[in-house]
Each structure stands twice: as structure tokens, then as C-alpha cells.
Design a protein around this ligand. Structure first.
Ligand SMILES: Cc1cc2nc3c(=O)[nH]c(=O)nc-3n(C[C@H](O)[C@H](O)[C@H](O)COP(=O)(O)OP(=O)(O)OC[C@H]3O[C@@H](n4cnc5c(N)ncnc54)[C@H](O)[C@@H]3O)c2cc1C
Length: 448
């Protein structure tokens, strides 16, 4: 049995990796456990392997973007690690970042580099990482002195325990709901799992291209209707293939539908959000004068061939008699979408639901029921829109959890350990400088 560990971190995904590096920096005796044969499998998939790390904005702006109740819960974590601090932290360990349409990516646009940034730090800090080691059971020790954890064939004891086991989507990456089950065994409430940021299946033939083709529109606006009244609006791109419609406007809509637990809802699509109806009517008029054909008119207004053909057929009445009616511009700005369903949770980018926020202290990420047990990342009932918000939430909650654990341990002891954790390995070119910069930043930001 391994004893005298300050901290066990369960799950080497985005949150667990961030936490392990921060803990190593702070000089905590810490072990990182991962059930799969490699760390960070979901991280590698992020942003089509380009890894959209975060989103530009202040802590307050991000808080508003998450929406309630997630925004308020994340507020202390966002204040501790806003996007600027996150970028500085990555830059200090050799991963510069860049901004594309307000989304923050590594400058190389390679998720691989993000993972290596973490694993290089773990190596240099000598933080052990145990692979193929699924946590199976947590037993609180007597008198609140920590926890015993069964994982794989090992039994480990620790003073503090951080669950960072992720949600339940893309289960092949390792996130299968273990952390939620372990938390429930310790009496934590669970919010039901629902797909967030998932494709929407539709019956609209004009929007469903033939097999192996895809249609794309860079900017559309989608209105979610409840009882016929607008409930929310999302904007972004549209990507449709034979199975479903995706793109950020549709993905973000599924998150709102999931969060609001809507069973009955409508979707109304505006294909020309940048033009008011009269302006669009003028564009259509110009197109019509040139082409005198319905599909060609829509094509001239920027819709690709498949969509133009389909919409010309759908709105044939409005093109009747060799002209087009001004009703058409309004119709193109409020097309009712025939929803068949939302793609399953295993395909969703994020899981809505998980360990109830009511059982976790937002100012520390510590359980309200089990002192010494902490949470980070998607294992909790947190989720954000597309654009880097979900990774940011994983990193920021991990940072806050480690910060809180450090404050529990005698500050002098932690500081001594941190000072006694020099670069023992003569690592590559700038490893030592990187670590010092990261460490300095970490300690500067810790409230004392
Ligand atoms: C295809 C795809 C693309 C995405 N792109 C982006 C993006 O560009 N930007 C963005 O912000 N978000 C993106 N996301 C969402 C983002 O990846 C997640 O929100 C984030 O990874 C959550 O981090 P986490 O550490 O909480 O969970 P995860 O990254 O899922 O990590 C959890 C880890 O815990 C391990 N684990 C589980 N159970 C156990 C156990 N019992 N014992 C030990 N280990 C265990 C798992 O194997 C896994 O490694 C994307 C998601 C997907 C699926």
C-alpha cells in the first residue's frame, strides 16, 4: 500500500494534467492516475486536432458566456485563471498561443503540442503518472484523515483526492462516468446526463446533402422557440451532412436545449443574418434580373448549389409567374427546421449533467459532503458553448482545486517543498526557464 501521498489526481485529461503540473510546481507529493494507456486522449481530438484552448475575454465576459447556473459557479475559477493568465502560463512553458476569431489556439495549431507541454512538465517535475490504472472505489479514512483509493490492482492512501475523470461522451477516450459513480457512492447528487454540443438530425431534404458530401454556410442565426416564443438565439456556421446538421450555431443550440431540458421546441433558421429583409430583397432582385431563374438567383446571393436548388424547390410558390415575391426575403430569414432528434451523447462534444454543483463549493472546488475531496473539469455539471470554453473550464477549475489544496497544507511546508523542487533533469533547451516562469506565476497568483 502506498501511503503518505498529499494528493491523488484521478484522470489524466485536460483538468487532471493541468492539476498535476500545478501540484508538482507547488511541491505537493502527488500521483496522477489514468485508466487508459495514454493520457489526454480527448485533448488530442480537440478542435479537429488544433485544440481550441480558450476564448478571448475577461473573467466577467466568460462568466456571462457560460450562462447560468454554470457561469456563477465558475466565477471564482475564472477570476483566478482568466484567458490572459492561461495564455501566459502556456507561453511560459514553451507553448505560445494565437487568436483566430476570438478563439485561442496553440500557435502551432497542434493538439499534440499541448499534450507534450503537459507531459514534459510532468517529466521535469517528476510527477508520477500511472497508466492503465482505473480508480474503482473510494473509502474515506477515519476522522477525516484522507481517503483510501482502490485502482487497478493497487490500494493507495492520500490526504486529498481530486476527481478529474471527465464527462461521458466519446467513451473511447476514457471518460465513461467513473467519477460520477464514485461521487454518487459518497452520497453526491448527480444531474442527469444529456448531450451538449451535438449534431441535430433534421427532415428538411434541402438541408440534407447526398452521401459523402457536406454543405456549409459561414454564418447563420438560429432561434430556439418554446411555445412559439423565442427563447434563445445562437449564431455561427452551419455544416450539414447526410446524418445531421452541425456547426457552432446548431451545436450551441443543443447545449441550450439540453440545459433547459426542452422536450418540445422549435428552431427557426435565418440564412442571411447580416442582411435585413429589405436589403436581402434588393440582393434577390439583382440576382433575379441577371439570371431569371430561382436557383441561380439564390446561388447569386451566396448559397451553394445544393442549397440553392433545394430552396428554389421549397419556395417554388414564391418564385411563381416568372418573378419572385418580396415574401421570399422574409421566408429565407425564418425557415422552420423540422427536427427529428439530437445525436446521441456518445457523439457529443460535451456532457451536460454530472456531479451536482449544489454539492461542490465554487470558491474551492471541494465537496460539501466529503472534506478533502475535490473536483475539476467535466465530471461536474459544467459545460460551455463552442469556442474553447470547455477546456478553459477544465483548466480553471483544476487550478482552483490545487490552489485550495495548497492553502490547506501549511504554507511554509509547501513553499519549502516548492523551493526544493529544482530541475533535476538537465532537460532540453529552455526547460528550466520555462519552469521558473510557470512557478513564479503560480505563486504570485496564489492569495496568501
Ligand atoms: C471531438 C471533441 C472536440 C473537442 N474540442 C474542444 C475544443 O477545441 N475546445 C474546448 O474547449 N473543448 C473541446 N472539447 C471538450 C473538451 O475536450 C472537454 O470538455 C475536456 O476534455 C474535459 O476535460 P476533463 O479533464 O474534465 O475530461 P477528459 O479530458 O475527458 O479527461 C478525463 C480523463 O479521466 C480518465 N478517467 C476516467 N475514468 C477514470 C478512472 N476511473 N480512473 C482513472 N482515470 C479515469 C479518462 O480516461 C480521461 O483521460 C472537445 C471534445 C470532443 C469530444
Amino acid at each position: 500500500m502506498v501511503q503518505n501521498t498529499d494528493l491523488l489526481i484521478v484522470g489524466a485529461g485536460a483538468a487532471g494534467l493541468w492539476a498535476a503540473v500545478a501540484a508538482g510546481r507547488a511541491g505537493l507529493r502527488c500521483l496522477l492516475l489514468e485508466r487508459r494507456h495514454r493520457p489526454g486522449l480527448k485533448l488530442l481530438l480537440c478542435g479537429n486536432n488544433r485544440c481550441n484552448l480558450s476564448h478571448v475575454g475577461s473573467a466577467a465576459e466568460l462568466q456571462a458566456d457560460y450562462g447560468e447556473p454554470v457561469g456563477s459557479f465558475l466565477a471564482p475559477a475564472l477570476r483566478l485563471l482568466p484567458p490572459t493568465a492561461l495564455r501566459e502560463r502556456f507561453a511560459a512553458c514553451g507553448l505560445p498561443s494565437k487568436v483566430i476569431n476570438e478563439r485561442i489556439y496553440p500557435a502551432s495549431e497542434k493538439a499534440d503540442d499541448v499534450l507534450h507541454c503537459f507531459t514534459d512538465q510532468l517529466r521535469d517535475l517528476e510527477v508520477p503518472l500511472l497508466l492503465n490504472c482505473p480508480a474503482r472505489k473510494i473509502t474515506p479514512l477515519a476522522k477525516g484523515e484522507g481517503f483510501e483509493l482502490q485502482c487497478g490492482k493497487l490500494t493507495l492512501q492520500t490526504r486529498y483526492l481530486l476527481l478529474a475523470t471527465g464527462g461521458v461522451s466519446y467513451p473511447k477516450t476514457g471518460s465513461v462516468g467513473d467519477g460520477q459513480r464514485l461521487a454518487a457512492e459518497l452520497q453526491h447528487r448527480l444531474e442527469p446526463f444529456r448531450p451538449g454540443l451535438a449534431g441535430i438530425e433534421v427532415s428538411d431534404a434541402w438541408l440534407c446533402p447526398p452521401r459523402n458530401t457536406e454543405v456549409s454556410i459561414p454564418l447563420v442565426r438560429l432561434t430556439i422557440l418554446r411555445n412559439g416564443q423565442p427563447l434563445a438565439i445562437t449564431e455561427g456556421n452551419l455544416l450539414a451532412d447526410r446524418t445531421a446538421v452541425r456547426g457552432s450555431a446548431f451545436l450551441d443550440a443543443t447545449r441550450i436545449i439540453g440545459r433547459q431540458q426542452l422536450n418540445e421546441y422549435g428552431l427557426e433558421l435565418d440564412l442571411f443574418p447580416e442582411q435585413a429583409a429589405p436589403e436581402l430583397a434588393q440582393m434577390l432582385e439583382r440576382g433575379w434580373q441577371k439570371t431569371k431563374q430561382a436557383a441561380a438567383t439564390l446561388n447569386a446571393c451566396g448559397l451553394e448549389h445544393f442549397l440553392a436548388q433545394g430552396l428554389a424547390a421549397k419556395f417554388a410558390r414564391l418564385f411563381a409567374g416568372g418573378s419572385f415575391s418580396s415574401e421570399l426575403s422574409q421566408a429565407l430569414k425564418s425557415i422552420s427546421i423540422q427536427v427529428r432528434g439530437i445525436r446521441p451523447l456518445k457523439e457529443a462534444i460535451v456532457t451536460i449533467g454530472g456531479v451536482s454543483l449544489a454539492d461542490i463549493k465554487p470558491e474551492s472546488m471541494e465537496s460539501r459532503l466529503q472534506p478533502g475531496l475535490f473536483f475539476a473539469g467535466e465530471v461536474m455539471d459544467i459545460d460551455g458553448p463552442t469556442g474553447g470554453y470547455n477546456l478553459h473550464a477544465a483548466f480553471a477549475t483544476a487550478e482552483l482545486a490545487i490552489n485550495s489544496i495548497c492553502q490547506r497544507l501549511a504554507p511554509a511546508a509547501v513553499r519549502t517543498k516548492a523551493a526544493a523542487a529544482p530541475a533535476r533533469r538537465p532537460a532540453g533547451k529552455s526547460s528550466k526557464d520555462k519552469k521558473q516562469a510557470w512557478g513564479k506565476d503560480f505563486w504570485q497568483k496564489r492569495p496568501r
